[in-house]
Design a protein around this ligand. Sequence first.
Ligand code: MV4
Length: 480
Amino acid sequence: MKKILIANRGEIAVRVMKTAQKMGIKTVAIYSTVDRNAPHVRFADEAVLIGEAPSSESYLLGDKIIEVAKELGADGIHPGYGFLSENADFAEAVENNGLIFIGPKSAAIRTMGSKLAAKEAVKQYKIPMVPGIDEAISDVKKAKAIAKEIGFPILIKASAGGGGKGMRIVEEEKNLESQMNRAISEATSAFGDGSVFIEKYVSSPRHIEIQIMADTHGNILYFFERECSIQRRHQKVVEEAPSVILTPQLRAKMGEAAVDVARACDYVGAGTVEFLMDASHNFYFLEMNTRLQVEHPVTELITGVDLVALQIKVARGEKLSITQEELKIMGHAVELRVYAEDPLNEFLPSVGMLETYKLPKGEGVRVDNGFEEGMDVPIYYDPMLSKLIAYGANREEAIQRMLKAIDDYKIEGVMTTLGFGKFVFDHEAFRSGNFDTHFIKNYYSPQALLKEAREEAKIAAIIALKQYNKDQNKVRIPTT
Ligand code: MV4
């Protein structure tokens, strides 16, 4: 591979290009009209305007992107995350045009894109699954019988859904029929596929995912876990690696289960296997994400590998050159997604111009960033500005470095999740490691954030006053 096109924008486009550059591979950026001056455009060796601002007229135009790649002589396409990254038809079209899709084969994307197909595929392996059914259900009577068997509360999920879309909790039998009908009609209109299934509802789970990497020679490695329980509306905000609750035994068991999931669909490339973990530390396979994930840096920091470099190598047909035994967890990493959103107003996007934009630096601090001072945050795309990642020899050091980096990160012009991140990393529940997917619902409110900010302002005021008094003493000139 001599030249690759990056079918994405923002921090992830820059992230992929950095590794390509290190590997001596030329890069092609694509961009929409509003992204003309974006860092990913300037970072690339070549850049091509692909269309108008809305994604449907630019970053989602698969055929046009393939055309551009061919015209410029690129031999591979890296899709990043989001946009076309989990579009099986796109992956297939890329291959059919004689280009390398830096990701899994379209069949694996397709299988994992359907929850029911995924369950079916992993059946031959002993992967722990939440009690429930593994086929679409539309008969209410049958659903009632199953629900009784597994016990309420149950969860109705859409087979084609992802990231929590189309899920419904049913607490008691009398609500089952109406909820089921709603779930089916919602799934039909949202995904064009009304298939739903039923699972036991795990009430306070942790979300733990395993990073895997597979080559084309049958080797599959796991790169340990990421703890991603701190989410709001199925959007992750804080991630870390490793998880404070896994023992080496449990880690190996989950790692091996993840490898089996990958094997079950002939996986190639970087992938993530998501698990739920209940309060008794039982884990259950949820779904597999067939892309490089936003939170991959925490894994890179604790394992010392470059996941994008490995993606490119296995896409070229190379063998993974490391063994599972050689992989070790070193230290601890935490990540905060820095969004242009207002934590005081329901996390609504806060777009505008970045009047001040200064990145933090320092030992153990990494910023995967897609913006710079003076730029506008476009309304058309995900409002994530950057990912702030802190690494330390242990969890405490990583958190301290994160808190310092949050303080040193200067953003004016838009509201951001930086202060919210400080709230999380300072919180007793996070510090103790005793939290689950309900962290934000249980502990966060705008009032709590304001209270912390006020207390800090108070302390700052006291320190300033003390210093003022001290200075006054020093320069006081006796008048009598
Ligand atoms: C569940 C669950 C509880 N029980 N399945 C949410 C997104 C999708 N990937 C699956 N999800 C869940 N599935 C059963 N049987 C709870 C969730 C869930 C969740 C999972 C991971 C991280 C955050 C979450 C927030 C709410 C619900």
